[in-house]
Design a protein around this ligand. Sequence first.
Ligand code: FRU
Length: 496
Amino acid sequence: MSDIVNAINLKHEEALNKANLEIDRRKDTIKNSCYRLNNHFMAPVGWINDPNGLVQYKGEYHLFYQYYPYDSKWGPMHWGHAKSTDLVHWEHLPVALAPSESYDSGEVLGYGCFSGSAVVNGEELVLIYTGHVDNKEPMQVQCMATSKDGIQFEKYHQNPVIDDYPEDGSPDFRDPKVWNHDGKWYMVVGSHKDGKGKALLYVSINLKDWEYVGVASESDGTQGDMWECPDLFPLQNQHVILVSPMYGKQNEKPFYVIGDMNYEKGVFTQQIPRTLDYGFDFYAPQTLVDDNGRRIMIGWMEKWLTNMPSQEHGWAGAMTIPRELLLEAGTIVKQRPVTELANLRTNEKHYDSFVVEDKWIVNEMDVSSEVIVDFDLKETTASSFGIQLRCSEDGNERTEIILDAAKKEIIFDRNFSGVGEKGMSKAPFTINDGGTVQVRIFMDTTSVEVFVNDGEQVITNRIFPDESSKLFKLFSKDGKVSVSRMTTWTLNSVWE
Ligand code: FRU
């Protein structure tokens, strides 16, 4: 057996060394790319997609991610790795997983170490991921790797730990999310059958031997024909499932469902699905529960099959800011940016109540800023009103966040935002009891995240305006809008 273990480790080490050397060789070439973000997680170079293995281990937060360091396009998947003490400042670590074995090989047959999760088992940090080999039957299997120091990972010599999909699934059988409940390990894996996306449930006592339980949750026929990256977890006294659905080859907006988990039967009884984020650039979110009991979510701030201007600069992909999930009245999951982000604030400007008629120019605003605006709808006569940000002097380049009070709809218009994808994202909003609506915006060099009413609705979009487009304006159409309070901050870079 030790020969097998050595052979696996040697091959894996070789693949890791090659990847790490490549990162070292190229990382300086992208440092000055104008599209790099100031306060979002990005890889040192190359392509990233899904966040993987979010976990707090020995007090530190670990973020792994789908990674192809050799190019700014997707390729045989590695697991990149970083850690943080505050979820905001990240330290890049050596690549954790590289394709190397018959069950996850990359170079020849493709496609490597797909998405998965991490758990702490005693002293060990354990990664559970999908090994994917094209042209192989079965194409996707579930694998394990362990570490005693949280940095170097050994692939389990008896991988895969789940070597085939069950009768309820299909060869698309990926993205294991593992958690502990009452001393047992549970895993949901994304799959599909008969046109319905599914989250398949497994149970284990040792993370190595897994028993299939059944379908924990599935599409009702309209919620996607393949479910990627399911994440099932307790939130207060209920459970929530997050799903990244596919319709044919198209990835659509992730949704969440609140329900009850019956561990005896292995079934999640679910209510109505709700959109997690109404933006274009949010996919494959994953959560962790931290030592303070907070349920925190990070998503991939990009989307498959889109034009990514940063690719020309040798990199692509970033993560959203971390968002704490909170259950509101048992019916809504709110997303609140983690409080640690407030440590980046500087240059605070506060504006007491004022009225905007036609146009009110605030001024230049740093490209990395946070803004909180409370609109008072009792005093508002405008048919629509909102914010223009990253505007050029002549106004031709701009990104608009428009609120339509009658329709109770918020629209993110990036048709004039610069290079990159265009389009409008729309989300419904509610008016608070006091007759107000709060809009909180995190802007960074090439991203905007909008949180409405303390994260009841969220819109995440990438934009690629010119560096010089920095004007920030409030506007109203056909009447006036009353602002009861507005505060703005510059956000410091986490990368300097
Ligand atoms: C989701 C996804 C996963 C898969 C990974 C591959 O974005 O397609 O289902 O494991 O990306 O990189």
